[in-house]
Design a protein around this ligand. Sequence first.
Ligand SMILES: *Cc1c(COP(=O)(O)O)cnc(C)c1O
Length: 410
Amino acid sequence: MALEAHTSGNLTSYPDQYGHFGPYGGRFVPETLMTALLELEQQYAAAKKDPAFRNELASLLQEFVGRPTPLYFAERLTKELGGAKIYLKREDLLHTGAHKINNALGQILLARRMGKKRIIAETGAGQHGVATATAAARFGFQCRIYMGAVDMERQALNVARMRFLGAEVIGVTAGQATLKEAINEAMRDWVTNVRDTHYILGSALGAHPYPMIVRDFHRIIGDEARKQILQREERLPDLLVACVGGGSNAIGLFYAFLNDEGVRMTGVEAGGGGIIRGKHAARFQGGKLGVLQGTKTWLLADDDGQIELTHSVSAGLDYAAIGPEHSFLKDAGRVDYSYATDDEALAAFHKLASIEGIIPALETAHAIAEVIKVAPTMNPDQLIVVNLSGRGDKDVQQVASLEAEAGKVS
Ligand SMILES: *Cc1c(COP(=O)(O)O)cnc(C)c1O
């Protein structure tokens, strides 16, 4: 692809006014949603400039959520792997247990500003549902969460949490009964109730302006990490690593460093049971260009354009499309994308837990798996910052049953 045609020198200047990241992104939605998207775009542009909005969000993030999160030197993991120094950006310490709350709170303040009364959202692993239900409870909104029936089973703990927080959780049984179907139902609800309802989309996905808004609410991760590593090491890191579902925690970490030439970045997709059709969710491994749920990007589809089945041990990475900005950054050669299989992620989950005393989310374990592969190939004077996007409490039951099934535990 002819990149120079699309990229200006400054990689942080995207999307353009139509929501395009080079050839990706845009707004592929039914006419009935255009008004809502345009309203959201205008309100967001105004909110971004409004000091009252920014201050309210900043103090919520500090006092309700627990920002800034530490940048923690993983001393024992570094020693064990015997290469680069590894730092963990501790988003797992945030209220509700993952980075998702940064975006949910930003969007709830937008919803209030727009005079909406009702919140809907989709959720995969349940983390975005929990974050949204939390934000809705905090601000007194009515809240409905759509979740695939299969994911509800994998993530029963998060379903209970959402219900305790006062949200209505609707199980979606269509198709594969995971995230894609949940998004379809949420979009259907939004089309019907668009006047009083705001849809809090949970990743850097969907139609413009969502990928931009979600990125902007998460860029605080990289803004903080950049300051913290400079303070600690007096230099920038050599490598950033983050797992990529839709891509919100990854772009949140990467964005502040995009124009720092010496900083390499790797996004880690879900390799599932291996790169075999239907067994993984690594869109850059055998994926193609297409349109899904409002945006043009890389996705997993067959020759007729039908969306393929996906699989990952982690519900939060189990989605057929990647956020459009990641497709753009891949073409630009700015970010490398690799993948970790279910087995590699599970091994990384155990390694971090037993060596560092931190149980990561299964999504996050994919990023750790990449670090386990690359850190030993680097020098001890090099630095890696990995985004610890969430904690593993939600996954404990699932990992325990997987291992019981595999006969590892009696
Ligand atoms: C949802 C989730 C992800 C994947 O979503 P992104 O938008 O790609 O960040 C990763 N890690 C955790 C802990 C999550 O909850």
